[in-house]
Design a protein around this ligand. Structure first.
Ligand code: SF4
Ligand code: SF4
Length: 328
């Protein structure tokens, strides 16, 4: 009997999700034992034409990492959706846009100009990428960038979401175990639309730091000054995103002495991550005086990055007004 088929694809992302899959160590042998890997461009030579020839639903499990930044990403998202029984938005970029989605603050022409005119770019003729270019041998085409990066579920129907930048390897291994058990009839798959490989509470709920101060008079950078190793970082004025962030990483960053920056995305039930975090930060500010509140908030040196670093594309905002209209 043939094995279930496995695919993994990399759209607008950094590649860390692919490394995280390889980082499951010997569990990767279970993937090989239980699946036939039919499409995984970063790991094997496979062509889009091979996927196009497959029957609809022929791929049992497809892990998709990356946002939809260009027309190639969008075309392959539709293709793999059609060919896959289970499509997983794998990692923060696919789920909510992540770092590539921060470009949604900027009009697309400015993004391109920045990439092609920075001091480290040698471009004496001030060239820009041409989607179509006629050569003696024929026409060359490259993907066309869209004005806004979109999350996978803003383009196609998604079965499951697996957050993290990247997802923790122990969580990937656990999800693979569940899928294999389900394929063998020994377990049920989670309901469609579920977030898998993560918890249902917040990073604060997993964090072992003590909370007892409750209010602050300033925000400060973790690099500057002394940090109590046991006390909640937010209660020391260090902007920690734990209150709004989904659990699942075992509070990895606060345990190691760094603030959570939110890579597991919005906690269960949170509609807009930035809005929830703004409300959490506001609740610890100890002042009723507008001028003092302004001074305290000035301590947040990068509000856009603080509140929307991983989830701008998936937020209610999705991007700046200028970026929204830059493709018109
Ligand atoms: S705010 Fe940060 S440091 Fe404080 S309890 Fe939550 S995760 Fe831990
Ligand atoms: S503590 Fe926050 S930033 Fe660090 S791994 Fe967990 S969710 Fe990501």
């Amino acid at each position: 009997m043939s094995k279930p088929k496995f695919a993994m694809y990399w759209a607008a992302s950094c590649g860390g999700c692919e490394i995280a899959v390889l980082n499951i160590h010997e569990k990767i042998l279970d993937v090989d034992a239980n699946f036939e890997v039919v499409f995984w461009p970063v790991a094997m030579d496979a062509k889009y034409a091979d996927v196009e020839k497959m029957k609809d639903g022929e791929i049992t499990l497809c892990l998709w990492n990356g946002g939809i930044r260009n027309d190639e990403n969008e075309h392959i998202a539709h293709l793999l959706r059609k060919k896959s029984k289970i499509l997983v938005a794998f990692g923060s970029c696919a789920c909510e846009g992540c770092i590539p989605g921060l470009a949604n603050f900027t009009p697309i022409q400015e993004v391109i100009d920045t990439a092609f005119t920075t001091v480290s770019t040698e471009n004496p003729d001030n060239l820009r990428p041409q989607p179509h270019y006629q050569m003696p041998e024929g026409e060359i085409t490259i993907p066309t960038l869209y004005p806004l990066l979109r999350t996978l579920d803003q383009v196609v129907d998604v079965d499951y979401y697996m957050p993290g930048c990247p997802p923790e390897s122990h969580q990937i291994a656990a999800v693979i175990d569940v899928v294999i058990a389900a394929l063998q009839g020994k377990a049920d798959l989670p309901p469609k639309g579920a977030t898998i490989g993560a918890g249902n509470s917040t990073v604060c709920d997993e964090c072992e730091r003590t909370r007892n101060v409750k209010t602050i008079k300033e925000f400060k950078r973790i690099q500057l000054g002394k940090v109590d190793p046991d006390l909640c970082l937010l209660e020391q004025g260090i902007p920690c995103n734990g209150p709004a962030t989904r659990s699942g990483c075992n509070a990895r960053c606060p345990s190691a002495g760094a603030q959570c920056i939110g890579c597991y995305g919005p906690a269960e039930g949170v509609v807009d991550y930035g809005a929830r975090l703004i409300s959490a930060f506001a609740s610890v500010i100890d002042s009723d005086d507008p001028q003092e509140i302004d001074r305290i908030l000035d301590g947040l040196v990068d509000p856009a990055g603080q509140f929307y670093r991983f989830n701008l594309a998936g937020s209610l905002l999705r991007g700046s007004k200028q970026a929204h209209t830059s493709g018109d």
